[in-house]
Design a protein around this ligand. Structure first.
Ligand code: ADP
Ligand code: ZN
Length: 745
């Protein structure tokens, strides 16, 4: 039952023990409950408690720093119903829940819910019943029907057989098995508990790290071996061996040390699409697969994984951002691969940035944290500069492979033909590449056929009824779709505004339209479109990657899902159809993000022996983004970015939080936004911008307004936000969402 920790965990009021229980409900805080004797409900214990007419599973939370001035009187206190037979939630995770709640201004119950996403995992695992052959002997001579004979034939002496598969193999019903048991032919037995999570072997040989890799690898292993918190930014061009080096750190983490057992490791990846090839790498390195955690794993696997993590049975977990909330009892390493990715930002519910929270999770667990990227964020680079993070760098590609040569095609000088999107120099380069039997890729970060549908007669544009967004034509599906709310409608035969028939026309390209043009240009080439809607799920993405690796494809046309982590050894040409896409709009990080994305895409070319070439189609070749990509000097680019943001205290040199006010009633949204504006905090180093329409002023039928709170770096935004929100009443049907460190604005 563990060590007795005495009464300091609980408070005794007139002879009755009470504890706080935090419930995983969005609006709940912690409630007091009585602990019925002889139950020992220590902080971290999972308990079932009555709430109104229901039973709810929660966690015994730690006593508050200050006692409640108005506690619920003892006689009104309801008792805890049961203590659940699950490993208690570790203190490090409880502190993490508290921390995330305080930082994001989310109710602690909403954060706890993310750490308890699988309540079924808390039920005791049902020992699965099976059957064994009964030992021969006894006096009874049960009848052996042909059915029973088939069952006996299907069984092995001494082996426990699960009921359903046995019945199926023998072609009998489960009733036959029960009858045989009653007659003493077979006996029930427990199936052996077999963990589905094999233990990666830290001693399994990995590739020998050479040159700088060896130095960087040793430095990283030493950080993990120290078994203490620290953050390291691991950078290096694509293909320099960053993954090999951090897998080596994972091995170090799993290794027992100084008589202490190995610790658990968590690797966060931004996208599921990455998993297939990444998992192969992991398997090659450790001989077994790690536990996986993302939105597409089945509920059964989630339950098993959650439990295995809690019991320390899953030494390594690879997952999306929500894996941060898994109940690791002894986390020793957190790796965030592609740390610059905005996909780490969760925008719904509890709004948090998984990269930043990974650092906190590591700190509270006494674990090493490694942030990995070929194109690190300005946030992380600045943390290195100020000495908060350490830095390790791999300067060259493994095996002497060279970086691709990047050139800009000036679309003002060599434009594509009318109604086309590929310029003559790009067309020639693709023709030459596939003519040599090499692979080419055309990159355009836009799904569908065309981003805009317009009436040639009256100029009417097809827009989403629920959002401030144009409808995107998906020609293969014969639909106009909103990429924000999922609204879809068939393209109308006539303009809904002026009634002219056949007047609606597609404007601008999406990948489907590039495919159409490529089909006309290179009818013989084997083409593959890689977009999230053409490759739904990891299996389809893995199959596509295999086909590319096995040279079953000549031309790849892809959206941003091609940018990350893939290894395409025969790809030698990357053409970026619209390098200016993403630079428009008022987003603070637009340039940084475009450089990161295009640099990652460029990194797909020329990974093996053949040198790669990257062509960027742009209307502004002199833009700093294009110059940085051509020169490859991202460091200089980031320094310019820093120089632009520093004077105005823009992140990361200042702090930012957004309040998004939304309502189905436009007037209500406006009124609350105005009230917040009137009550805006001020003072030295504190500034409020807005209210103004939010980037999507209408989203899923809700009108959205935004206020931005901007402060100096040394001022915490949370107390200011808390105080501000407390002063402004918000009507029931108006929602105010707090977004600390917003990424898209
Ligand atoms: P990055 O993560 O920086 O893009 P990777 O770790 O994926 O780089 O390495 C690129 C390729 O080179 C991979 O196929 C990897 O297996 C191989 N590689 C890297 N380092 C070594 C090494 N020391 N020995 C053998 N292969 C290596
Ligand atoms: Zn919409």
């Amino acid at each position: 039952m563990g060590k007795h920790r005495g009464m300091e965990d609980t408070a005794t009021v007139s002879g009755r023990t009470r504890v706080r229980v935090l419930l995983p409900l969005p609006l709940a805080g912690a409630y007091d409950y009585a602990v019925p004797a002889p139950m020992a409900a220590r902080p971290g214990a999972f308990v079932s408690v009555p709430l109104n007419q229901r039973e709810v599973i929660g966690v015994v939370w730690d006593p508050p720093a200050e006692p409640d001035p108005n506690p619920v009187p003892d006689r009104r206190l309801r008792p805890i119903s049961h203590l659940l037979p699950a490993p208690p939630m570790a203190e490090s995770l409880r502190r993490f829940v508290d921390w995330v709640s305080a930082y994001t201004l989310s109710p602690p119950g909403a954060v706890l819910r993310m750490a308890m996403s699988v309540p079924a995992a808390l039920e005791p695992p049902t020992p699965q019943a099976g059957w064994v052959l009964a030992p021969p002997g006894g006096n009874s001579r049960p009848r052996i029907t042909p059915e029973r004979q088939r069952v006996l034939d299907a069984m092995q002496p001494g082996e426990v057989h699960a009921g359903a598969p046995l019945a199926e193999r023998a072609g009998v019903s489960l009733g036959v098995l029960r009858g045989m048991a009653e007659n003493g032919l077979i006996r029930p037995a427990l199936l052996p508990h077999r963990s589905r999570f094999a233990r990666p072997d830290p001693a399994h040989p990995g590739p020998a790290l050479g040159g700088t890799q060896a130095e960087v690898g040793a430095a990283l292993r030493a950080k993990v071996a120290a078994r203490a918190f620290g953050v390291t930014l691991l950078t290096g061009v694509t293909g320099s061996g960053k993954t090999e080096v951090y897998l080596d750190a994972v091995a170090e983490c799993l290794r027992p040390r100084d008589g202490k057992p190995g610790r658990q490791a968590l690797v966060l990846l931004p996208e599921i699409a990455l998993s297939a090839q990444w998992l192969d790498r992991f398997r090659a390195r450790f001989g077994v697969a790690p536990a996986l955690w993302h939105s597409e794993v089945t509920s059964r696997t989630r339950r098993d994984t959650w439990r295995a993590v809690a019991e320390g049975e899953a030494p390594v977990v690879v997952g999306a951002r929500s894996a941060l909330f898994l109940p690791f009892p002894d986390l020793g390493l957190v790796v965030v691969d592609e740390e610059h990715e905005t996909a780490f930002k969760q925008e719904d519910g509890v709004v948090y940035h998984a990269r930043d929270m990974a650092v906190v999770r590591a700190r509270l667990s006494g674990a090493a944290c490694v942030l990995v990227s070929a194109t690190p964020s300005l946030e992380s680079l600045t943390n290195v500069e100020t000495g908060r993070y350490d830095a390790l760098h791999l300067p060259e590609r493994h095996g002497g492979a060279t970086l691709p040569a990047v050139e800009v095609i000036d679309l003002r000088r060599t434009p594509p033909e009318r109604g086309r999107f590929l310029s003559p120099p790009l067309v020639d380069a693709v023709t030459a590449t596939i003519g040599r039997g090499e692979q080419a890729m055309l990159f355009l970060n836009r799904r569908g056929y065309a981003p805009l549908t317009l009436c040639r007669h009256c100029g009417h544009r097809m827009r989403c009824p629920n959002c401030t967004a144009w409808l995107v034509e998906h020609r293969a599906k014969r639909l106009l779709q909103c990429h924000h709310c999922g609204h879809a409608e068939p393209p109308p035969a006539e303009c809904p505004e002026c009634g002219t028939e056949h007047s609606l026309t597609a404007v601008g390209p999406g990948v489907e339209r590039v495919l159409e043009e490529a089909t006309a240009l290179w009818p013989e080439a084997r083409r593959l479109v890689m977009a999230s809607d053409t490759l739904p799920g990891p299996a389809a993405a893995a199959e596509a990657a295999r086909a590319i690796q096995d040279r079953e494809v000549d031309l790849i046309i892809g959206t941003q899902i091609v940018a990350k982590g893939w290894h395409f050894p025969h790809l030698t040409l990357v053409g970026v159809v619209d390098a200016d896409l993403g630079l428009a709009g008022g987003d603070l990080r637009a340039a940084e993000r475009t450089v990161q994305l295009l640099h990652q895409v460029a990194g797909r070319a020329g990974r093996a022996e053949a040198p790669g070439r990257v062509l960027l189609q742009s209307f502004s070749p002199e833009h700093p983004v294009m110059r940085a990509l051509v020169s490859g000097d991202l460091e200089a680019f980031m320094q310019e970015e820093a120089a632009m943001r520093r004077p105005g205290h823009w992140p990361p040199f200042g702090r930012l939080a957004a309040l998004i006010v939304s309502s189905e009633e436009e007037r209500e949204a406006d009124r609350t936004a105005r009230d917040l504006g009137l009550a805006a905090p001020g003072g030295e180093g504190v500034q409020v911008l807005g209210p103004a329409p939010a980037p999507l002023a209408l989203l899923r039928g809700r009108h959205r307004r935004r206020l931005l709170l901007k402060t100096r770096r040394d001022i915490a935004v949370q107390p200011i936000l808390r105080d501000w929100l407390a002063r402004v009443p918000v009507p029931n049907h108006v929602r105010v969402q707090v977004d600390v460190d917003p990424v898209g604005f």
